[in-house]
Design a protein around this ligand. Structure first.
Ligand SMILES: Nc1ncnc2c1ncn2[C@@H]1O[C@H](COP(=O)(O)OP(=O)(O)OP(=O)(O)O)[C@@H](O)[C@H]1O
Ligand SMILES: [Mg+2]
Length: 609
């Protein structure tokens, strides 16, 4: 299964059976209400027919002045007296009231159902998004995912109920009105209905166009959101490099694209309504022509003609609606296709069946001849063999882009190896549950992500059950206490999204406190101090020293002291393990990579310090 979301409609957009099957579990809990809603749609649709029908006795009794008339309804003769005419105004009001109540109930139910179904879809979709591994986020733009997340579930669920409802009420409206037509004159009805039928055929031609435009607007919408996110997250770069104009232009271009797309649909779809109207007028003209003939030859009464023409005029709206509803339903299926495309993604990284619980590290971590590639055929790590003992600290050094971050990201299975295996105590980590594996690992990155909330909230993410005392302890060990003391609200100080209101070093120490609270036996530090000045680096370093005591540690560092203090050093060069040993051992190698690195970079630090 490919992770990269197609910019287009999923291949399933026209597999109605598949889609209905997929959405069924979301609809099932609300069956009762859905049925009620759809049943209400029936009288709502039929009411127009009743009004049209009542015109016949009105015309025959009042306009033509007959004292009474007899109608045959479903084989029964019904005699209607002229006093019936007086009831009609009252009936109209009662009907309107009745219709109003039904409309309200149906509107309420439609909204309620749409919202509920959309919510449960969104909840599940969010769960799906959190279950997907980093690779999914590598290959899909934030805008595309966000747009899909925000608009598709609504389009898929809200519209399906309202479209179904409209479809039923419209269909019954049509049935009712056609019945009135047939009752009044079957000859005229054939003429009228045939023409109406002709009028809606163009709808079927635009299905494909809707799909295309919907795809394209999704792409443009996604690009817009990505642009927006980037402008937001990168606002300082935008300001520093005076990129405002470029960003604005990009956005304007996207707005134009969206406009062009919308207009191309309008161009294709907009002519439908006038054409339908035109064809219907021809139908009405034919009816008048033929109807006059029928009245003059005594086949039809004036009342019937009146009732017939009213029905025919009333019929235009539901027929047109039916066209719109079918188009709308198609849009809904397109959205559903996209939603379920996301649902159908299977995370690359997941627990295998009967996965074991990992209860800690006892002996060693072994990279057993591993190779790795992000993109097929582009090797990033090549045949690495490396054993790290329990409670050992291994420093990883090497050229930029050499694969250091990649190798450590294989330990918590952010990615899985392409070849070979990562083993804990001799067991492939793919045999363990992801949760228990990741419980054993603390990760501190160079750029630590803080979530919007308080400092305490962010620290608690390491262990939500921690007591206040434990928190105090890690705050001290992370050398955060002095900083926290300067804050009015202390630990309850709110940090902005991504922790933007803290300095780089403060953020890092919060992340270290978080990692300390987790107290996992394996610690991974990826350039955890590289963004700091000497003074704050010294503080963070002390915090780190506290964090890594008695732990198995992987540290990617540029500080000589950290590297020298490590038990062993691994030099990762162009994806290969070039050298492995202690500082002293590696310095012995003539023309060695480490020696070279040391002489080029680290020695200078030593001279400065
Ligand atoms: N998510 C990704 N998708 C595709 N390629 C990636 C991804 N992350 C890294 N790479 C590529 O993999 C290679 C190794 O990257 P990695 O981040 O592991 O290097 P590094 O040794 O940590 O470098 P640095 O010292 O600069 O942090 C690089 O060529 C990089 O371009
Ligand atoms: Mg790196």
């Amino acid at each position: 299964m490919e992770y990269r979301l197609k910019n287009t409609v999923s291949k399933d957009a026209f597999r109605y059976g598949y889609l209905l099957n997929k959405i069924y579990p979301y609809i099932r809990p609300f069956w009762g209400r859905i049925i009620i809603n759809l049943i209400i749609a029936i009288p709502l649709g039929l009411l127009d027919g009743v009004v049209a029908f009542s015109l016949k006795p009105y015309m025959d009794l009042v306009i033509n002045g007959n004292p009474s008339v007899t109608y045959t309804i479903l084989g029964h003769d019904v005699q209607v007296q002229s006093s019936f005419a007086a009831i009609i105004p009252i009936a109209i009001i009662l009907f309107a009231a009745f219709q109003g109540i039904l409309k309200y109930v149906s509107h309420y139910l439609t909204d309620w159902l749409g919202q509920r179904i959309s919510n449960s879809l969104k909840v599940d979709l969010f769960k799906k998004l959190t279950s997907l591994d980093p690779q999914f986020y590598d290959v899909n733009s934030s805008g595309l995912v966000l747009t899909r997340f925000l608009s598709d579930p609504d389009a898929a669920s809200k519209n399906i109920i309202s479209n179904l409802q409209t479809f039923i009420s419209t269909a019954f409206g049509i049935v009712g009105l056609v019945a009135v037509l047939l009752y009044n004159s079957w000859q005229l009805a054939i003429v009228g209905v045939t023409v109406m039928g002709l009028a809606i055929t163009p709808v079927t031609f635009i299905r494909k166009k809707i799909k295309q435009v919907s795809n394209a607007s999704m792409v443009v919408g996604g690009n817009m959101t990505t642009n927006f996110n980037e402008t937001f997250a990168g606002n300082k770069i935008v300001a520093a490099y005076n990129l405002q104009n470029d960003q604005n232009k990009k956005f304007e271009h996207q707005i134009h694209q969206q406009f062009d797309l919308a207009m191309s649909l309008t161009k294709r779809v907009g002519w439908m309504s006038p054409i339908m109207y035109f064809i219907c007028s021809i139908g009405i003209a034919l009816v008048f022509w033929y109807g006059t003939h029928l009245i003059l030859t005594g086949v039809l009464t004036a009342g019937s003609m009146m009732s017939f023409v009213t029905s025919l005029l009333l019929l235009y709206k539901p027929v047109k609606n039916l066209g719109n509803t079918l188009t709308g339903l198609q849009g809904t299926f397109v959205a559903m296709g996209r939603v379920f495309e996301l649902f159908d993604l299977v995370p690359y990284i997941h627990d295998k069946e009967n996965a074991l619980e990992l209860d800690g590290l006892h002996r060693d971590i072994y990279f057993n001849n591993i190779s790795f590639e992000y993109e097929p055929e582009i090797p990033v790590l090549k045949n690495i063999n490396l054993r790290v003992n329990k409670n050992e600290t291994l420093a990883l050094v090497g050229n930029s882009g050499g694969g250091k971050s990649t190798i450590v990201s294989l330990i918590p299975r952010f990615y899985d190896v392409t070849k070979g295996s990562v083993e804990f105590d001799g067991v492939d980590i793919r045999n363990y549950t992801l949760k228990s594996l990741r419980n054993q690992i603390s990760f501190v990155f160079q750029d630590n992500y803080l979530f919007s909330g308080t400092i305490k909230d962010n620290i608690l993410m390491g262990n939500e059950h921690a007591t206040d005392e434990q928190i105090q302890k890690v705050v001290q060990m992370a050398h955060l206490d002095e900083f926290i003391a300067t804050l009015d609200k202390g630990l309850d100080t709110y940090v902005g999204e991504r922790g933007t209101t803290l300095s780089g070093g403060q953020r890092q120490r919060v992340a270290i406190a978080r990692a300390m609270l987790k107290d996992a036996p394996i610690v991974i530090l990826d350039e955890a101090t590289s963004a700091l000045d000497n003074q704050s680096e010294a503080i963070v370093q002390k915090a780190l020293d506290n964090l890594i005591r008695n732990k198995t540690v992987f540290v990617i560092a540029h500080r000589l002291s950290t590297i020298k203090n490590a038990d062993r050093i691994a030099v990762i060069n162009e994806g290969e393990l070039a050298e492995l040993g202690t500082h002293e051992e590696l310095m012995q190698i003539n023309n060695g990579k480490y020696k070279h690195l040391y002489e080029m970079q680290f020695k200078k630090q030593e001279e400065i310090c």
